[in-house]
Design a protein around this ligand. Structure first.
Ligand code: S3P
Length: 178
């Protein structure tokens, strides 16, 4: 980042943790634009994430995530960015995220994730049998990665949007990033 002030804000965390819902509201509050890496990828590919996974495989989707991050790093300032839940798993992506802006991990429990995602058919990583086992496996693998990548961790389970947004803005002000 060229300047510490007026940074991008990047939201990371597991599927269903509220990155998009929080991000849209935070952007409105700050009068920043809002972007979502999943939406950018779908637009670029001209099909859904499910279709990308089916037609080209997960590795191809992960390449697209890195391309999008590189584009964001060069072209976006003062923007709120929601990211796909698996994006920080790749080391290169974690380095890019840190360069892009203030990274916030919205931490949610397995129970919250399960409640929000049961019946969801839009996420290829969770399709098929035994949602509970899949969520367990992915959460265990990713939790330390989210923690390591984040500048700020917010326990989001029992917080309102208003509280989450205030926590982000307060921290950024305190750290001279706003
Ligand atoms: C994924 C999360 C999804 C999307 C894709 C893969 C993952 O994003 O990028 O289905 O591996 O966790 P959300 O976290 O916005 O659901």
């Amino acid at each position: 980042m060229d300047s510490k002030k007026e940074q991008n804000i990047v939201l990371i965390g597991f599927m269903g943790c509220g990155k998009t819902s929080v991000g849209k509201r935070l952007a409105r509050r700050l009068h920043y634009p809002f972007i979502d890496t999943d939406q950018m990828i779908e637009k670029k590919a001209g099909c859904t994430i499910n279709q990308i996974f089916e037609r080209k495989g997960e590795a191809f989707f992960r390449e697209m995530e890195t391309d999008i991050l590189q584009e964001i790093r060069t072209s976006y300032r003062q923007t709120v960015i929601a990211t796909g839940g698996g994006l920080p798993v790749k080391k290169q992506n974690r380095e890019l995220l840190k360069e892009i802006g203030h990274v916030v991990y919205l931490k949610t429990s397995k129970e919250t994730v399960m409640k929000r995602l049961s019946g969801d058919t839009t996420r290829p990583k969770l399709r098929g049998e035994d949602l509970s086992r899949k969520v367990d496996m992915l959460l265990n693998e990713r939790e330390p990665i989210y923690q390591e990548t984040a500048d700020q961790v917010i326990e989001a389970d029992n917080k309102t949007f208003y509280e989450i947004i205030n926590a982000i803005i307060d921290t950024m002000k305190r750290e001279g990033k706003q």
